[in-house]
Design a binder for this molecule. Structure first.
Ligand SMILES: [Cu+2]
Length: 287
Protein backbone atom coordinates (compact mmCIF):
# COMPACT_ATOMS: atom_id res chain seq x y z
CA UNK A 1 0.00 0.00 0.00
CA UNK A 2 1.45 3.37 -1.07
CA UNK A 3 1.37 6.37 1.19
CA UNK A 4 -0.17 9.68 0.13
CA UNK A 5 2.51 11.98 -1.44
CA UNK A 6 1.98 14.64 1.26
CA UNK A 7 2.51 12.06 4.00
CA UNK A 8 5.65 10.83 2.27
CA UNK A 9 7.00 14.40 2.00
CA UNK A 10 6.16 15.08 5.61
CA UNK A 11 8.11 12.03 6.78
CA UNK A 12 11.12 12.80 4.57
CA UNK A 13 11.03 16.51 5.54
CA UNK A 14 10.79 15.83 9.26
CA UNK A 15 13.72 13.39 9.25
CA UNK A 16 15.84 15.73 7.08
CA UNK A 17 14.99 18.71 9.35
CA UNK A 18 15.99 16.88 12.50
CA UNK A 19 19.27 15.72 10.92
CA UNK A 20 19.90 19.25 9.58
CA UNK A 21 19.32 20.91 12.96
CA UNK A 22 21.56 18.36 14.72
CA UNK A 23 24.31 18.95 12.14
CA UNK A 24 23.94 22.75 12.30
CA UNK A 25 24.21 22.76 16.10
CA UNK A 26 27.05 20.22 16.15
CA UNK A 27 29.31 22.40 14.00
CA UNK A 28 31.46 24.78 16.06
CA UNK A 29 30.80 28.00 14.12
CA UNK A 30 32.08 30.58 16.53
CA UNK A 31 35.39 31.94 17.88
CA UNK A 32 35.89 31.85 21.69
CA UNK A 33 33.37 33.79 23.77
CA UNK A 34 34.97 36.76 25.52
CA UNK A 35 31.92 38.74 26.61
CA UNK A 36 28.41 38.35 27.95
CA UNK A 37 27.03 39.67 24.66
CA UNK A 38 28.95 36.94 22.80
CA UNK A 39 26.83 34.31 24.55
CA UNK A 40 23.57 36.16 23.80
CA UNK A 41 24.56 36.61 20.17
CA UNK A 42 25.59 32.95 19.77
CA UNK A 43 22.26 31.86 21.25
CA UNK A 44 20.49 34.17 18.80
CA UNK A 45 22.45 32.53 15.98
CA UNK A 46 21.52 29.06 17.19
CA UNK A 47 17.84 30.02 17.33
CA UNK A 48 18.01 31.45 13.81
CA UNK A 49 19.57 28.22 12.64
CA UNK A 50 16.99 26.03 14.37
CA UNK A 51 14.26 28.04 12.63
CA UNK A 52 15.97 28.33 9.24
CA UNK A 53 17.02 24.73 8.72
CA UNK A 54 13.49 23.23 8.71
CA UNK A 55 12.29 26.02 6.37
CA UNK A 56 15.15 25.30 3.98
CA UNK A 57 14.48 21.59 4.24
CA UNK A 58 10.73 22.07 3.71
CA UNK A 59 11.25 24.10 0.54
CA UNK A 60 13.89 21.74 -0.83
CA UNK A 61 11.86 18.62 0.03
CA UNK A 62 8.80 19.90 -1.82
CA UNK A 63 10.92 21.06 -4.78
CA UNK A 64 13.00 17.89 -5.14
CA UNK A 65 10.05 15.61 -4.45
CA UNK A 66 7.99 17.40 -7.13
CA UNK A 67 10.80 17.24 -9.67
CA UNK A 68 11.19 13.52 -9.16
CA UNK A 69 7.56 12.53 -8.63
CA UNK A 70 5.83 14.69 -11.26
CA UNK A 71 8.45 14.69 -14.01
CA UNK A 72 7.15 14.13 -17.55
CA UNK A 73 7.38 10.50 -18.64
CA UNK A 74 9.22 9.86 -21.94
CA UNK A 75 6.92 10.69 -24.86
CA UNK A 76 4.47 12.69 -22.70
CA UNK A 77 3.68 15.83 -24.74
CA UNK A 78 0.50 16.85 -22.88
CA UNK A 79 0.09 20.15 -21.00
CA UNK A 80 -0.10 20.37 -17.24
CA UNK A 81 -3.41 21.02 -15.52
CA UNK A 82 -4.46 24.74 -15.76
CA UNK A 83 -4.16 26.24 -12.25
CA UNK A 84 -5.12 29.78 -11.24
CA UNK A 85 -3.75 29.84 -7.75
CA UNK A 86 -5.06 28.82 -4.39
CA UNK A 87 -6.11 31.65 -2.09
CA UNK A 88 -6.12 29.55 1.07
CA UNK A 89 -2.60 28.29 0.41
CA UNK A 90 -1.34 31.80 -0.40
CA UNK A 91 -2.78 33.25 2.81
CA UNK A 92 -1.06 30.47 4.75
CA UNK A 93 2.33 30.88 3.12
CA UNK A 94 2.29 34.64 3.59
CA UNK A 95 1.00 34.62 7.19
CA UNK A 96 3.32 31.96 8.62
CA UNK A 97 6.60 33.49 7.31
CA UNK A 98 5.36 36.95 8.39
CA UNK A 99 4.84 35.69 11.96
CA UNK A 100 8.21 33.88 12.01
CA UNK A 101 10.18 36.84 10.65
CA UNK A 102 8.40 39.32 12.96
CA UNK A 103 9.09 37.14 16.00
CA UNK A 104 12.77 36.78 15.07
CA UNK A 105 13.10 40.52 14.44
CA UNK A 106 11.58 41.20 17.86
CA UNK A 107 13.95 38.71 19.50
CA UNK A 108 16.92 40.32 17.71
CA UNK A 109 15.79 43.76 18.87
CA UNK A 110 15.52 42.57 22.48
CA UNK A 111 19.07 41.14 22.36
CA UNK A 112 20.48 44.31 20.76
CA UNK A 113 18.68 46.54 23.26
CA UNK A 114 20.15 44.44 26.06
CA UNK A 115 23.69 44.71 24.65
CA UNK A 116 23.44 48.48 24.18
CA UNK A 117 21.94 49.25 27.59
CA UNK A 118 24.13 51.74 29.50
CA UNK A 119 25.93 50.14 32.46
CA UNK A 120 27.23 51.71 35.65
CA UNK A 121 31.01 52.04 36.10
CA UNK A 122 31.63 52.18 32.35
CA UNK A 123 35.13 52.92 31.12
CA UNK A 124 35.76 54.84 27.89
CA UNK A 125 38.40 53.83 25.36
CA UNK A 126 38.99 55.92 22.24
CA UNK A 127 39.86 53.76 19.25
CA UNK A 128 41.55 55.23 16.18
CA UNK A 129 41.93 53.40 12.90
CA UNK A 130 44.64 54.43 10.50
CA UNK A 131 46.31 52.64 7.59
CA UNK A 132 47.31 50.09 8.88
CA UNK A 133 47.08 49.94 12.65
CA UNK A 134 44.73 50.60 15.52
CA UNK A 135 45.69 52.90 18.36
CA UNK A 136 43.96 53.32 21.69
CA UNK A 137 43.54 56.18 24.14
CA UNK A 138 42.37 55.96 27.71
CA UNK A 139 40.87 59.30 28.81
CA UNK A 140 41.89 60.16 32.38
CA UNK A 141 39.77 61.86 35.04
CA UNK A 142 40.40 65.48 35.99
CA UNK A 143 41.55 66.62 32.56
CA UNK A 144 44.83 64.68 32.83
CA UNK A 145 46.67 63.68 29.66
CA UNK A 146 44.99 60.60 28.14
CA UNK A 147 47.06 57.42 28.17
CA UNK A 148 47.99 56.24 24.69
CA UNK A 149 48.77 52.70 23.64
CA UNK A 150 49.06 50.56 20.55
CA UNK A 151 48.00 47.59 22.62
CA UNK A 152 44.43 47.26 23.83
CA UNK A 153 44.25 46.14 27.45
CA UNK A 154 40.92 45.88 29.27
CA UNK A 155 39.98 44.98 32.84
CA UNK A 156 37.76 41.93 33.08
CA UNK A 157 34.08 42.42 34.01
CA UNK A 158 34.21 46.18 33.48
CA UNK A 159 31.84 47.65 30.85
CA UNK A 160 33.68 49.50 28.10
CA UNK A 161 32.43 52.17 25.73
CA UNK A 162 34.51 52.26 22.57
CA UNK A 163 34.49 55.61 20.75
CA UNK A 164 35.73 54.77 17.30
CA UNK A 165 37.18 57.07 14.67
CA UNK A 166 39.33 56.87 11.55
CA UNK A 167 42.01 59.23 10.29
CA UNK A 168 42.18 58.29 6.62
CA UNK A 169 39.73 55.78 5.13
CA UNK A 170 36.91 53.61 6.44
CA UNK A 171 38.04 50.79 8.72
CA UNK A 172 35.99 48.47 10.88
CA UNK A 173 36.86 47.76 14.50
CA UNK A 174 36.14 44.12 15.22
CA UNK A 175 36.92 41.86 18.16
CA UNK A 176 35.52 38.49 17.08
CA UNK A 177 35.55 37.16 20.65
CA UNK A 178 33.20 40.02 21.67
CA UNK A 179 31.04 39.44 18.53
CA UNK A 180 30.69 43.19 18.03
CA UNK A 181 31.92 45.31 15.21
CA UNK A 182 31.61 48.90 14.15
CA UNK A 183 32.85 50.86 11.17
CA UNK A 184 35.46 53.52 11.83
CA UNK A 185 34.53 56.39 9.54
CA UNK A 186 36.58 59.55 8.97
CA UNK A 187 34.69 62.59 10.24
CA UNK A 188 32.25 60.82 12.54
CA UNK A 189 32.53 58.95 15.80
CA UNK A 190 30.88 55.57 16.09
CA UNK A 191 30.55 53.64 19.30
CA UNK A 192 29.75 50.32 20.84
CA UNK A 193 29.73 48.98 24.35
CA UNK A 194 30.78 45.60 25.63
CA UNK A 195 31.66 43.90 28.91
CA UNK A 196 34.58 41.50 28.50
CA UNK A 197 34.05 38.80 31.10
CA UNK A 198 36.62 36.13 30.28
CA UNK A 199 40.33 36.81 30.77
CA UNK A 200 42.51 36.08 27.78
CA UNK A 201 44.08 37.43 24.64
CA UNK A 202 41.86 37.93 21.61
CA UNK A 203 42.29 39.24 18.08
CA UNK A 204 41.50 42.81 17.12
CA UNK A 205 40.80 42.87 13.41
CA UNK A 206 40.04 45.46 10.77
CA UNK A 207 37.01 44.12 8.96
CA UNK A 208 36.77 46.69 6.18
CA UNK A 209 39.08 46.54 3.16
CA UNK A 210 41.12 49.69 3.72
CA UNK A 211 44.09 49.42 1.37
CA UNK A 212 46.96 47.13 0.50
CA UNK A 213 48.01 46.59 4.11
CA UNK A 214 44.48 45.74 5.27
CA UNK A 215 45.32 42.08 5.97
CA UNK A 216 48.13 43.14 8.31
CA UNK A 217 45.83 45.37 10.37
CA UNK A 218 45.54 42.86 13.18
CA UNK A 219 46.39 43.43 16.80
CA UNK A 220 45.31 41.90 20.05
CA UNK A 221 43.30 42.77 23.12
CA UNK A 222 44.34 41.48 26.53
CA UNK A 223 41.53 41.08 29.05
CA UNK A 224 43.19 41.05 32.47
CA UNK A 225 42.24 41.31 36.17
CA UNK A 226 41.42 44.82 37.40
CA UNK A 227 44.68 45.15 39.42
CA UNK A 228 46.81 44.11 36.45
CA UNK A 229 45.03 46.69 34.31
CA UNK A 230 45.59 49.43 36.90
CA UNK A 231 49.31 48.69 37.12
CA UNK A 232 49.60 48.48 33.32
CA UNK A 233 47.90 51.87 33.01
CA UNK A 234 50.22 53.37 35.65
CA UNK A 235 53.21 51.96 33.78
CA UNK A 236 52.00 53.45 30.50
CA UNK A 237 51.64 56.82 32.25
CA UNK A 238 55.18 56.59 33.59
CA UNK A 239 56.59 55.66 30.22
CA UNK A 240 54.73 58.54 28.61
CA UNK A 241 55.93 61.07 31.20
CA UNK A 242 59.68 61.10 30.27
CA UNK A 243 58.73 61.32 26.61
CA UNK A 244 56.53 64.31 27.32
CA UNK A 245 59.36 65.83 29.37
CA UNK A 246 61.79 65.33 26.51
CA UNK A 247 59.32 67.01 24.22
CA UNK A 248 59.66 70.21 26.24
CA UNK A 249 63.37 70.33 25.41
CA UNK A 250 63.53 69.02 21.88
CA UNK A 251 60.32 70.25 20.34
CA UNK A 252 56.80 68.81 20.40
CA UNK A 253 57.02 66.76 17.17
CA UNK A 254 59.90 64.60 18.29
CA UNK A 255 58.56 64.00 21.75
CA UNK A 256 55.01 63.07 20.89
CA UNK A 257 55.58 60.16 18.54
CA UNK A 258 57.48 57.57 20.60
CA UNK A 259 55.00 57.46 23.48
CA UNK A 260 52.37 55.76 21.37
CA UNK A 261 54.58 53.75 19.06
CA UNK A 262 57.20 52.02 21.14
CA UNK A 263 54.93 49.15 22.03
CA UNK A 264 53.61 46.59 19.57
CA UNK A 265 54.22 48.79 16.58
CA UNK A 266 53.61 46.82 13.38
CA UNK A 267 56.76 45.90 11.45
CA UNK A 268 57.92 49.13 9.89
CA UNK A 269 58.07 47.83 6.32
CA UNK A 270 54.39 46.92 6.22
CA UNK A 271 52.72 50.28 6.68
CA UNK A 272 55.21 51.91 4.32
CA UNK A 273 54.71 49.34 1.59
CA UNK A 274 50.96 49.56 2.00
CA UNK A 275 50.78 53.32 2.07
CA UNK A 276 52.92 53.66 -1.03
CA UNK A 277 50.88 51.03 -2.82
CA UNK A 278 47.56 52.52 -1.87
CA UNK A 279 48.46 56.06 -2.87
CA UNK A 280 50.12 55.08 -6.14
CA UNK A 281 47.12 52.90 -6.95
CA UNK A 282 44.82 55.84 -6.32
CA UNK A 283 42.44 53.65 -4.34
CA UNK A 284 43.06 55.26 -0.97
CA UNK A 285 39.65 56.76 -0.24
CA UNK A 286 37.73 53.60 -1.05
CA UNK A 287 38.09 52.13 2.42
CU1 LIG B 1 41.23 47.31 6.97
Amino acid sequence: MRKHPLAQMLVIGTIASILGVILALAIDWFPPQGSASARDIDTLYDVLMIVSVPIFVLVMTVAIYSVVKFRARPGDQSDGAPIHGNTKLEVVWVTIPFLIVSALAFYGWVVLDDIERPQPNTMVVDVTGQQFAWSFEYPQPGGAEPVQSNELVLPVNRPVDFNIQALDVIHSFWVPAFRLKSDAVPGIETTYRVTPDVEGTYDVVCAELCGLGHATMRQSVRVVPEEEFTSWLAQRKEEAAPAAGAAQGTGPDEGAAPSGEDQQAPPSDQPEAGTEGASSGGSEPVG
